[in-house]
Design a protein around this ligand. Structure first.
Ligand code: SF4
Length: 366
C-alpha cells in the first residue's frame, strides 16, 4: 500500500516536471508554483492528476480573481483535489523588500526579491484617479541603450509570467487602474512569459484589466512586433524611438544596428494594419543629442503617414551617465515644431526623478 502510494507520487512528480519545464520553474521545495500558469496549463495539470479539465477555470479564478494562496480555502474544489494540489504545488509570491516614496511628485518605487535572490524594481504613479503600475519583465536588460540605467546593469534573466503579474497582485491594495510594461527589461525578448502575463491581466478570471488600459513598450524588435500583431490581444503598443536617423540611433540604442529604422517602421505599419489601432512613439529628449529643430524635422518626416501619437519625455539624468535634460525652452520648442506637423503630441515630465523611479532610471545595483 505504501509502495503503491510512493509509486503514484513518483508518477505525479514525473508528470509535474514534464509540464513545469515548459511553463514555470519549480520552487526550491520541488513543487510547481501555480502563480503565472494559465488555463491551458491548469487543464494539463488537472488532466495529469486524473481530474476534470473544466476545474482549470475555477482554479484560475481562486488564484487570480480571488487572490487565494491557500488550497484549503478553495472550497469549490473537492477535498481530494485540494489534497493533491497541496502535495505537488504552491502559490508563491515575490517579496517586497524596500519602498521609496518620491518627495517631488506622486510616485513610489518598490524593490522586490525573487525566489532565487535576484531583485527587480516596480513603480507606481498617481495622476488624479489614475494609478499606473510600471512593470519589469526581465532582471536587467541585454539591449544596453546608452542613456538607460537598466541597460548599464546588464542582463541576468527573464522573469516568469508569475513574477510579472505578481508585481500587480502584491501592489493590489493601491487600486491600480493602468498597467505599462516599461520597467526593467525588453518585454518582447521575454515573449512567452510576457504574453502569458498579458493574458492573465486581461481576463475576467485573471486580473480583469481592460486591454486599452495595458501598454507594452518596446525598444523595437520587428519580428516580435509582427508576432504580437497576430495575437488576439487589444493592448496598446508603444515604441521607444528616441531618435529619427539610423546613424544616431545606432549610437543611442545598439539594437538599431540589428533592426534599423526601416525594418522597425515596416513592423509598426504591419501592427497598425493588422490591429487597426494606432501606436505611440516615445521620444526621450536628451540635451544636444536629439533635441534640435533638425531632429524634430527628421522625426516628423520619419513617422509621416503612420497612425500614431508622439509622447515626448524630457530625460531624467542618471548618475554616471553623461546625458542631461534639455532646458524647458528647448523642450517646448521641440514640441511646437512637431505639432501640428504630427497628428498628436504629448509632453510628459517623468515622475519620481528624485528616487530614480523615472523612465530609464531603474536599476538594482545597490
Ligand atoms: S531603455 Fe529599455 S530596452 Fe533600452 S536598455 Fe533600458 S530597459 Fe533595456
Amino acid at each position: 500500500m505504501v509502495d503503491q502510494t510512493c509509486g503514484e507520487d513518483r508518477a505525479m512528480n514525473r508528470n509535474q516536471s514534464s509540464m513545469v519545464e515548459a511553463t514555470n520553474p519549480m520552487d526550491p521545495g520541488g513543487k510547481i508554483n501555480l502563480k503565472g500558469l494559465w488555463i491551458e496549463d491548469y487543464e494539463k495539470l488537472l488532466g495529469e492528476l486524473g481530474e476534470k479539465r473544466y476545474k482549470a477555470r475555477q482554479l484560475a479564478s481562486w488564484i487570480y480573481d480571488k487572490g487565494i494562496t491557500d488550497f484549503a480555502q478553495m472550497t469549490e474544489l473537492s477535498k481530494d483535489l485540494r489534497k493533491k494540489l497541496n502535495q505537488i504545488a504552491v502559490i508563491d509570491s515575490i517579496k517586497l523588500v524596500k519602498r521609496q516614496i518620491s518627495q517631488k511628485d506622486i510616485s513610489e518605487k518598490f524593490l522586490f526579491e525573487l525566489s532565487d535572490g535576484e531583485k527587480i524594481e516596480t513603480v507606481l504613479i498617481w495622476e488624479g484617479k489614475r494609478v499606473t503600475v510600471c512593470l519589469s519583465t526581465q532582471v536587467g536588460c541585454q539591449l544596453g541603450c546608452t542613456f538607460c540605467a537598466t541597460g548599464k546593469m546588464g542582463f541576468k534573466r527573464n522573469l516568469t509570467a508569475g513574477e510579472i503579474i505578481d508585481q500587480i497582485i502584491t501592489l493590489g491594495e493601491h487600486g491600480i487602474t493602468h498597467v505599462v510594461l516599461m520597467g526593467m527589461g525588453e518585454p518582447l525578448l521575454n515573449y512567452d512569459h510576457t504574453l502569458k502575463a498579458l493574458k492573465i491581466m486581461n481576463n475576467e478570471l485573471g486580473l480583469s484589466f481592460a486591454a486599452k488600459k495595458i501598454t507594452l513598450s518596446t525598444a523595437g524588435i520587428p519580428p516580435m512586433i509582427e508576432k504580437l500583431a497576430e495575437e488576439k490581444l487589444k493592448i496598446k503598443l508603444a515604441i521607444s524611438l528616441n531618435v529619427a536617423t539610423d546613424e544616431k540611433r545606432n549610437k543611442l540604442m545598439p539594437i538599431n544596428k540589428k533592426y534599423p529604422l526601416k525594418e522597425l517602421l515596416d513592423a509598426v505599419k504591419y501592427f497598425v494594419k493588422q490591429t487597426k489601432r494606432g501606436i505611440t512613439f516615445e521620444y526621450v529628449l536628451i540635451e544636444d543629442v536629439n533635441d534640435s529643430e533638425k531632429d524634430a524635422q527628421e522625426l516628423s518626416k520619419l513617422i509621416r503617414g503612420i497612425r500614431c501619437k508622439i509622447n515626448l519625455i524630457p530625460y531624467n539624468p542618471v548618475p554616471d551617465l553623461p546625458y542631461q535634460r534639455p532646458s524647458q525652452e528647448t523642450v517646448l520648442a521641440f514640441r511646437d515644431y512637431l505639432y501640428p506637423r504630427c497628428p498628436a503630441v504629448t509632453l510628459r515630465w517623468s515622475k519620481g526623478e528624485d528616487i530614480l523611479a523615472a523612465c530609464g532610471q531603474l536599476r538594482t545595483l545597490s
